[in-house]
Design a protein around this ligand. Structure first.
Ligand code: ZN
Length: 417
């Protein structure tokens, strides 16, 4: 057993190292539609890493005559783009079709950009010798409204309003029967998936994410190697572009775990073994995710290896506990206070101990649990502890998938049923 454990660890280490290579970003012609003040407009744009990038000249042409019109000048010698607000754009040729038909050659843009003589710091890519920018960045600089409708794959530009940050965090507690899967859309537009339910739910998770317009999962967390958390991961990892995978320092010998390891390797993303004190990200437009557990090197029960994450945004926080039990809960010394608690271990009485619950002090609790499961989850004791703590309880067996939206201050809840 010791030897097998060592071999599996060695295999895990090998695949982790194999996945850390850096690749040049790939650009594909965007499939998104663009509406300017409600009118469909043609753009030559590219999608890189899940974000659309546009040419300033195309944008200037589309906005000519509007409240937010601007002119674009180009100084080839100085490699500088100069924008002038309030001035109509005069086409110079090369708009829209410049890169069409060519295989996109991408490199980081080194052009300096200024607006009315003031330097702007904009993320840009040079594609086929033209500079491409994110509409949100341009909208923020020129103060016009930019919106995104993921369901219709449509970007909306509104020149009658000023720019407002699309500052909403959405957390979807997916109904995967007796298992866990939570999907988070960060205010930055990036995505986080925590667990993917049993293997038989893999297709459902993939379908749910596709319905939300997801093409890439930037952060994927497998809390611990039990089938009701990682079973669906193989389908998920092979269905989307994957940024990085995070796992605890836990191994097991099941076939499900072997499939999971193989899927991590073949998705090509780097995998990181993390524990308490690590951070998935410190600032995704104001959202941060800290790893609070596991705190020990080894446990008798795989459940206690569960990665516990505290996702904070503005003055609000969500706590994701996997199947961590009282032992792990007691070891956590970091701040666990959260407005929303994903209840540990499907509501089992072995988790959500009273002292821990008092420290979390949640307003909302979500139990991911299957109707009529064999384990008697959720336990009556857990439900009464949650009621005593004054938390509003949502259950995936009764409510279906549960979605919470947070603007950093307010939290709204909607349920499938
Ligand atoms: Zn579980």
């Amino acid at each position: 057993m010791k030897k097998l454990r060592f071999l599996l660890l060695a295999l895990l280490a090998a695949l982790l190292l194999a996945g850390t290579g850096l690749a040049a970003p790939a650009a594909t012609a965007t499939s998104s539609k663009v509406l300017v003040n409600g009118r469909a407009v043609a753009f030559e744009a590219y999608n890189i890493d899940g974000c659309n990038y546009f040419k300033l000249r195309d944008l200037a042409m589309a906005l000519a005559g509007s409240e937010k019109q601007f002119d674009v000048g180009w100084d080839g010698t100085g490699n500088a783009v100069t924008l002038t607000s309030g001035k109509a754009y005069t086409p110079v040729g090369g708009e829209l079709s410049a890169g069409s038909g060519k295989t996109p050659a991408v490199c980081a843009s080194s052009a300096a950009v200024s607006l009315d003589g003031r330097a702007l710091s904009l993320r840009a890519w040079n594609i086929n010798d033209y500079n491409y920018f994110k509409l949100r960045d341009v909208g923020a600089s020129l103060d016009f409204g930019v919106g995104w409708n993921g369901a219709e794959n449509t970007v909306t530009i509104d020149t009658s309003t000023g720019y407002t940050a699309q500052a909403v965090l959405a957390v979807h507690f997916l109904d995967v029967g007796q298992g866990d899967s939570e999907f988070v859309q960060l205010p930055s537009g990036k995505t986080l998936l925590i667990d993917a339910g049993e293997a038989e739910y893999g297709d459902r998770v993939v379908a749910d994410l596709k319905a939300l317009g997801v093409t890439k999962l930037d952060y994927v967390v497998a809390t611990h190697p039990h089938a009701d958390h990682i079973g669906g991961m193989s389908k998920v990892l092979s269905s989307f572009a994957i940024g990085a995978v995070y796992v605890p320092n836990a191994v097991t010998t099941t076939a499900t775990y072997k499939y999971f390891l193989a899927a991590v390797k073949s998705c090509g993303a780097p995998a990181y073994v993390v524990r308490a004190g690590a951070s998935l990200f410190a600032d995704e437009d104001g959202a941060a995710a800290a790893v609070l557990a596991p705190n020990s090197e080894s446990y008798d029960d795989l459940n206690n290896y569960s990665l516990v994450l505290r996702l904070s945004y503005g003055s609000r926080a969500f706590l994701f506990t996997g199947d961590a039990e009282a032992l792990s809960e007691k070891e956590i010394t970091a701040n666990v206070q959260a407005d929303v608690l994903k209840v540990g271990h499907h509501g089992s009485s072995s988790s959500t101990n009273a002292a821990f619950l008092a420290r979390v002090a949640p307003s909302y609790a979500v139990i991911e649990v299957g109707a009529g499961n064999d384990y008697g989850h959720p336990a009556a004791q857990t439900l009464s502890r949650l009621a005593g703590a004054g938390a509003a309880v949502y259950r995936t067996d009764k409510n279906g998938s549960v979605t919470m939206r947070c603007d950093g201050k307010n939290i709204t809840v909607s349920t499938e049923r």
